[in-house]
Design a protein around this ligand. Sequence first.
Ligand code: FEO
Ligand code: CA
Ligand code: CA
Ligand code: CA
Length: 615
Amino acid sequence: CFYPNVSNAKLNFESIPGSLTDAVTVPPGYNAQVLVPWGTPLNAQGNTWQDDGTNTAEDQMNAIGMHHDGMHFFPLNNSDEEGLLCINHEYIDLRALHPNGPTVDNGLRTIVDEVRKEINAHGVSVVRIRLEANKWVMVDNDPLNRRYTGATEMDVSGPLAYTPLLVTKHSPNGNTARGTLNNCGNGYTPWGTYLTCEENWPGYFVNTGTQTEDQDRLGVSDDNTRYLWETLAGNAEELDDEFTRFNVTPSGASASDDYRNEANGHGYIVEIDPYTADSRARKRTALGRFRHEGCVFGNVKHGKPVVFYAGHDSRFEYIYKFESAARWNKRDAHRADRLSVGDKYMDEGTLYVARFNDDGTGTWLPLTLNSATTDGGTLSDHFDSLEAIILNTPGAADKVGATPMDRPEWCAVDPFSGSAYMTLTNNTRRTEGNSANPRVNNKFGHIIRWDEGRRSTEFSWDIFVFGAPADGDADTNRSGLTEFNQFASPDGLAFDKRGIMWIQTDNGTDEVEEYTNDQMLAVVPSPLMDDEFNQLPISEENQGELRRFFVGPNGCEVTGFAISPDYRSVFVNIQHPGNWPYSDDATEETPSDVDLRPRAATVVIRRNDGGPIGT
Ligand code: FEO
Ligand code: CA
Ligand code: CA
Ligand code: CA
């Protein structure tokens, strides 16, 4: 390759047209299979999935969760054909989960097993899979198969651990939290662990009338919760502990008597060591508390700090960077005590929030007590500790002048150039543009890109591509998209190590929806450069390099990306399908006269000749 910082990968498939069918679509010469749909038992304690919704909470605790989202493949024994798939389960479809939907009586949940099943359908699955005769299969009963659910006890580390802010009746020392919820995007680390990101967790907690500043800022309701779990107040103490913990209204004399701090244990990046059976998940508070979408590391260099980027997915929210205090030691990539390596790089460091300046430069604004605020003071005028800043991360970011973005979703880093890309999925409430979010009523979203500067506080940025319908006017279709790559609402985003970037959509706008279901596109984002070797955004000259590779079935969102080390198997997730899948052949269309219980599932895409995907 002429430029060392640029991938020389070439896409070698024709962009496929959009599709509006109840099957997945892949390019000619490719095939797709369904793997580990919701409810697949992981071990002997889970019964076979029933199509009438009668599986129990116990079954669900031992089976694949619902609404697959972020995902990563961890090879076993350096194999390309055997590994652990870690899968996020973001939320639940109550009608599909139960025989007749949820039981709610006068606004109260009444059936213990039903609510437990809902909690158990959330979280993360770790599942061992292997390739057998060109088909990926789950390894039944493998000791590494396991679930982390909305009820699993986890450790908390970083600045908030062992502080009064995390003390509850259940955690008198303030060092544990129960469950991980609304696990949307994901990440992984250079030392071989999985990162799961807690996104819309505020919706699971309620505080009736005594809301704290962080609860108000982050959106904890003063009325009720998404699934009303907190209303299942049993008489037995253990039930009380299990469900009323979602009501964080103070009820006792002090924090150790009630659950006022229960929500403080949520909103984090959570680290899991997939390779160690029975290992506890660890919540990394140093990376901030907000609605985390994804978490990606910048390219690591021996002797330099490790950085992570993360977006807060909500309208007008921010983009964050965490920089470790410790400097990267390349030997840490191969240690067996992976969570201790995580302690080293993820518990101490500096959290920054992004300000995008109009001239294409940017500033990473640190969130520390002595950080300058826009009113001329410092954050110490508003917060009494770093822990307090972290607890209300977006509230602190408001005060230092961060740039409100159009819903930051996933981030991905180019393995060659180190450039970071982030999807800004849409923001129909924007009435005033800024240079980084220039479109008002941004229905179609865009992808922004930045490069780190010489100092930790500096970066430069541009907009890589604007989503749009192909027939949009020039102001709408700013990237010159055509029928073969029009898209809207970019969401999932990932690079593979060849330098191919994969863009997934979660679209809700008619202009593109009437042409195609949600999709995944591919691009090698370095085909054109200016005189100073800056990559140029997708334009009419190079937009042919953005190609549609995959289209999902009706009603779904395409999300989560994983790839085997030999690039011969790509894994994507189909979330909230309307009626799919009919069979384990993902390309087989569901008969329209069959009313099915839909199942989120992973889809594995392979080439018919077994060759590498995409090139
Ligand atoms: Fe769960 Fe922001 O998508
Ligand atoms: Ca998403
Ligand atoms: Ca989305
Ligand atoms: Ca989703």
